[in-house]
Each structure stands twice: as structure tokens, then as C-alpha cells.
Design a protein around this ligand. Structure first.
Ligand SMILES: *Cc1c(COP(=O)(O)O)cnc(C)c1O
Ligand SMILES: [Zn+2]
Length: 457
């Protein structure tokens, strides 16, 4: 008997893992499955105070992989939870932490799901693993697969940012650039997987991807001393991550390791706001047709979010909200977050910051609350967008000739991000007048200082 079974999100039919690989046979590609555990048994078997190792596999007992399955050697998960005091002051909330997924081996949160995909593919002795992706899921799959010598075929839209395509090619994936949208790439990949018998990682189709991604919620709770924050802000494209964050916190409540599930705030781009629109208009996402998606934040561009049912459930069940933010706000968030926290984000990840500000202005977040923002992907993933963002913010480098006069002349000019209190102009001004106020946390830190994961023993 398996430790878990699968349950259709639409009809509630249950299946043993050996009987179904992806979706509910009665509902086709819409019949997304939940992975359901015997929580009483898991709680009896697992002690949250003695989890092993410093990677996501410390939660192996709560993951749908065989006990003895060999694991990829890359260190995936257990990323830092950074107490971002300057951003916290700007957001005017009691506490703000950034869950920094830029530390993942391929630079995004998607590594968590791809790690599970590669283990499941090995369990099934699959010769090829395939996925459709806007770029990060593909890079994650290609990277983790490379670490174990697994062949991959990748479908990405021809518009995917160059860095992501470069990763794919360097990792040795067979890359198919689809002359169409991400949604076209998904349909093509599902058909190709069926035709050629490949193991398919595609989000919102493979039920185990949410299971990999849910480990980010486990870590947040563990890093806060097995407590949930009040709010988690999540950028949303297909909706897999936000559904997985919900699943992770719900698992922990079922296990009795935390008391409550945080409210989840989903952030979409105004040019790709299927879920935000459906939420504010009360539309049924089981029947709402696709929209035309277009945003600078390629990782959250999805005309028909594949995991829309789980995403909507996550927000409704936690009394959360969806907000949408413009491309200009997303781009502006890149230098703001970078300059005020040291964390450099790709557009989709920076959208979380713009979304937090919007959610606070719309009163979905209270000043007294403790907030975690998911920093889902690295700024190095899309350097073109970052350069656009700093140019829009008026930040520019100055070319100097190799002499001090030229340096002095250059320093006399405005440098751009003037509001940063640690800017060179401030530092060169009266040192005595130095204003450190933006560094100071407002209010008390509600939990003990997060300890690095792995120290728990
Ligand atoms: C995939 C991704 C998202 C959105 O996740 P969904 O599951 O598609 O909602 C957000 N940010 C980054 C960096 C991503 O790669
Ligand atoms: Zn069904």
C-alpha cells in the first residue's frame, strides 16, 4: 500500500498512484489530482524536531517518493528566509521576510518541483522527461536531469528570455522553441508526451509538482519556529506555486505542527490577470475561457492558468486575495527590492513586491501583520528586463577616463536611486548627518530570529 493516494479536484474520485500518472481519466486534462496522505500515520512517524539534512529531502516522509529512491545530488531547497528590514519599513508591516529562492541551483523555485519529477521519472524508468515551460520550469528540469544523466525534451515559447534558453542548451536538453505562446507549448508538449511515451513534468498536469513546491511552505514555517506568518505573497501565473503553498501549510496543520494557514495573496500582471479577474468578478474558473496574456514578467504569463482550480481554492480557502500590478510597477520593483534588500529578482518575482504594496493599499494586508514574500526567481534570468528597469528608474553608469578628475566630475552628477539612504551621495555628504532610519525594523520581531535550516537537531 502506498503512503498516499490521488484525488480528483473536480469529482473527488480517488486513485492509487500506480493506476494513474497524471489527470483524472474521467475529466481529461482538467481533472487535476490532489495528493492525499494518511496524516495520522505520518504524524506518528515523523518528528519535526529531528528532520534530516539541509535540502528539501528533509521532508521526504511528506513527499510522494519511494523511501529508497535515489535522490539528485544538487542541493535543492532550504533557501534563506531573509528579514528584510528596509523593505519592511517601506511596506509598513510589522514584519517582512523574503523567502529567497534565487539560491536554488538553477535560480528559481521550480527546482523543487523538478527534483520530484526526476525522482518519479526514475521510479517509472522513463527514458525521456519532457515539459512545457515559460523557461524556469524547463531550466529546472534540464538542470536537475543533467545532475543524474536523465534525457529531456523541452518545449518553450520562442520568446523565452535568452538566459533561460542558454541554461537549457548548456544543461544538454533537447530544446524545441515553439513559435507560439506558452499555452501553445503546453498543448504541444502534452500531445508529444502521449505520442512518444515520455514522462511529463508539465505544471497543472503532473500532480506531483505541487508536492515538490509545497516544501517552500514547510521551510517558511520551520524557519519561523514552526509558526505560520499572517500573510504570504505569491506571484501567480499558472497558479501551481500558490496552490502548493496552500497545500504545504495545510499539510502542517493536518500534522498538528502549526495552528493556522496564512492568508495567501496572489499577484498577477495586469496583462495576464485571468485569476485576479475571475476572483474580483466571482467567475467560475472551471468554465472561464482563456485570455490573451502579455507581460514583461514572462514567468507569470499564462492565458489559461493550468492550475487555476487549485490557485482559486488557495485564495478562497485562506480568505486571501488576488491583486494585479502593471508592467511598470513590476519593473520598478526590481531596483527597489535589489537596493533595499540585496536580493536581485526577475520580473515575475519582483511582482510580489509591487503586489504587496498594492495589497496593503487595498487593505488586504494590515500594518500589524507578519508577511512573507516569495522571491521566486533570480534577476540574472532576465538581464534585458533588469536593464530596462534601471533605465526607467533613471539609474545609469557613468563612463570615466582613468584619472581622478574624471571620477570627481562623475561623482558630482546625480546617480539615480537617490532615495537609497546608503547611496554614495549620502555617504560623501556629512557623515554625521547619516540617516539609518530605513534600516531599523518597525515594531518587534514576532518570532525568534530565523535560524538556518539544518540547525534544528
Ligand atoms: C513559475 C514562476 C512563477 C509562477 O508560478 P505559477 O505556478 O506558474 O503560478 C512566478 N515566478 C517565477 C520566477 C516563476 O518561475
Ligand atoms: Zn474527476
Amino acid at each position: 500500500m502506498s503512503r498516499y493516494h490521488l484525488r480528483c479536484i473536480l469529482c473527488g474520485a480517488t486513485y492509487q498512484p500506480d493506476d494513474v500518472d497524471y489527470v483524472c481519466p474521467r475529466h481529461g486534462d482538467d481533472g487535476i489530482l490532489d495528493v492525499v496522505y494518511d496524516y495520522e500515520r505520518l504524524a506518528a512517524e515523523t518528528d519535526p524536531r529531528s528532520l534530516p539534512g539541509d535540502a528539501m529531502w528533509r521532508y521526504r516522509g511528506l513527499l510522494p517518493v519511494q523511501r529508497e529512491a535515489p535522490l539528485p545530488p544538487l542541493r535543492i531547497g532550504c533557501t534563506p528566509l531573509v528579514h528584510a528590514t528596509a523593505l519592511q519599513a517601506d511596506a509598513r508591516v510589522a514584519a517582512l521576510w523574503v523567502k529567497d529562492e534565487t539560491h536554488q541551483p538553477t535560480g528559481s523555485l521550480k527546482d523543487r518541483a523538478s527534483a520530484v519529477a526526476v525522482v518519479k521519472a526514475a521510479e517509472r524508468s522513463a527514458e525521456v522527461v519532457t515539459t512545457a515551460s515559460t523557461g524556469n520550469a524547463a531550466a529546472a528540469l534540464a538542470g536537475v536531469a543533467a545532475s543524474v544523466g536523465q534525457a529531456t525534451v523541452i518545449f518553450v515559447p520562442v520568446t523565452a528570455p535568452q538566459a533561460k534558453v542558454a541554461q537549457l542548451l548548456a544543461y544538454g536538453a533537447r530544446v524545441l522553441l515553439v513559435d507560439g505562446t506558452y499555452d501553445d507549448a503546453v498543448e504541444l508538449c502534452l500531445s508529444a508526451g502521449r505520442r512518444f511515451g515520455w514522462y511529463n513534468r508539465t505544471t497543472g498536469y503532473n500532480p506531483y509538482m505541487s508536492e515538490g513546491k509545497k516544501t517552500v511552505a514547510y521551510e517558511i514555517a520551520e524557519q519561523l519556529g514552526w509558526q505560520a506568518p499572517d500573510v504570504v505573497v505569491v506571484p501567480v501565473g499558472d497558479g501551481c506555486i500558490i496552490g502548493a503553498v496552500h497545500k504545504g501549510f495545510t499539510d502542517l496543520v493536518e500534522l498538528g505542527w502549526i495552528d493556522t494557514v496564512p492568508r495567501l495573496i496572489g499577484v498577477q500582471a495586469t496583462g495576464s490577470s485571468y485569476l485576479a479577474d475571475a476572483w474580483s468578478r466571482g467567475e467560475d474558473v472551471a468554465t472561464k475561457p482563456a485570455i490573451a496574456a502579455s507581460t514583461v514578467a514572462d514567468s507569470i504569463a499564462a492565458g489559461l492558468p493550468r492550475d487555476r482550480l487549485k490557485a482559486m481554492r488557495a485564495v478562497r480557502a485562506t480568505d486571501g486575495a488576488f491583486v494585479s500590478v502593471s508592467d511598470d510597477e513590476i519593473l520598478a520593483a526590481i531596483p527597489t527590492v535589489a537596493a533595499k534588500s540585496g536580493i536581485f529578482l526577475e520580473p515575475a518575482a519582483a511582482a510580489a513586491w509591487a503586489g504587496l504594496i498594492t495589497a496593503r493599499d487595498e487593505k488586504f494586508v494590515d500594518p500589524g501583520e507578519r508577511v512573507v514574500m516569495l522571491a521566486t526567481g533570480s534577476g540574472l534570468k532576465d538581464v534585458a528586463a533588469a536593464m530596462r528597469a534601471v533605465a526607467d528608474a533613471g539609474v545609469h553608469p557613468t563612463t570615466v577616463t582613468p584619472d581622478l578628475d574624471s571620477v570627481e566630475e562623475a561623482l558630482a552628477e546625480p546617480e539615480g536611486l537617490e532615495e537609497a539612504p546608503w547611496s554614495v551621495r549620502h555617504a560623501l555628504g556629512a557623515a554625521a548627518a547619516r540617516d539609518d532610519s530605513a534600516h531599523a525594523p518597525t515594531g518587534e520581531t514576532p518570532f525568534s530570529t530565523p535560524s538556518p535550516i539544518g540547525d534544528a537537531r
